[in-house]
Design a protein around this ligand. Sequence first.
Ligand SMILES: Nc1ncnc2c1ncn2[C@@H]1O[C@H](COP(=O)(O)OP(=O)(O)OP(=O)(O)O)[C@@H](O)[C@H]1O
Ligand SMILES: [Mg+2]
Length: 441
Amino acid sequence: MPYYHHSYDNDEPIFASLRHEIMANWVEKNWIPQNPETDWVMVGTDKVCLNPKNLELFTQSVVLKAGYRFAGRKPTGHAILPFVMQHDHQGKIDETTGSYIYRFTLGTVDVVEVLVLSVYFSDGWHQVCMACVPQEFLSVWADFLTTCRRLAYPEQSVMVIGGNQRNFEPRVTWDEIILEDDLKQTILKEVENFYTRGVAIYQRLNINPFRKILLAGVPGTGKTMLCNALAKWAIDKGYQAIYVSSADANGAQFWKIQQALHTAAHSQKPALILLEELDAYLNAHEKALILNVLDGSESFANKQGTLLIATTNYPESIDERVLKRPGRLDRIYIIPPIKNAELAERMLKHYLGDLWLPEHVELAPKLVGYPGAFIREVAVFALTQLVDLDADTLTLDVLQSSFERLQAQIEARDEFIITQRKPEDETDEESAIDCEEGGAK
Ligand SMILES: Nc1ncnc2c1ncn2[C@@H]1O[C@H](COP(=O)(O)OP(=O)(O)OP(=O)(O)O)[C@@H](O)[C@H]1O
Ligand SMILES: [Mg+2]
């Protein structure tokens, strides 16, 4: 059986490893023979899952990865480790050691058991905690721990589901996003109005204050940037912001949306959920679940309001039951590529910074129709050329050739994609939704 342990701050390694050994030996002799067919892994774990106050926060609506639910724990009944309790100032137990079996259910049938062992190993009440987990259950166990921490310490910043917290720091300011002023203002107003006025209206009508907006657009037009700026806006207001990404090994799975809704519902604050790439979740298998959620599942109600902002590159792959049925998506905004030379100029200026020269304006009309990410690349590539040329002013020629080079790359790529495309894909365009660019549904 593999045996790992992770270190804790200020651990005294000798004591810690001794306790690990005692526990691992006991597990090998007593636990594994009871369930020899399971492929067990012994891992160091976090004492956050030993605190009964934290475990009480797992209600039926807390759904873990792959749809599992935590169903409680019981002592193993073996006196292998002492049960030592600590309590808070109200007399509630908030720390324990001992040996426990944690149970997880999937629907009503499957039960997975995890053995958790913990003991103090120093006079300073340092605790060492280990879990013996079925190998194939490890990722759900990891999610259980993350969820424990999230419930125990509600985040001050954006909660990230499906990715590393550090991958989504809310840093983008509203000014950095270059879009038509009208569109930018409309989106921000819509978001603000929901919290300031909309929620009260929903409440008066006795319906769940849950509003859903879709941002659609080709890659690189700034949808993720908008999400980031909105998350920052929400955090600054003291709201709960939740970012759901499918860009981790788990991909687009419904339990991520469930976790987001649960966090929103249990937050004491107004909540903003940012759900990237909605289309990826709408696979045949889970579509019905998503439709249900978009209908405004009452079990996830937050009285202070939940606003869900989803993004997609492929509105055509979101079927009509989502797009056109009133109430499932309340509003759709198309985030377009650069629409005119004035915006292209603003974007170039923004990315060239101090190296911007009035003569660069000549390139602006050629940039119309490209997404913001392309213009940023033109600028970045030109600036790297400058370093190679050891120059300190960026001539129009260098900028122009940077543009031509990237344009040629894109054309070559598009041609490649067109020739690779199967004939049946050609019909995709016909089912594209009839939405005005930059407009709302
Ligand atoms: N409207 C914009 N204003 C300023 N910068 C932009 C804009 N659009 C794109 N960019 C630049 O391009 C980068 C990529 O944009 P972003 O990730 O927001 O696009 P996206 O619409 O989310 O793309 P995708 O659909 O592929 O996820 C941004 O980090 C930013 O540097
Ligand atoms: Mg994006």
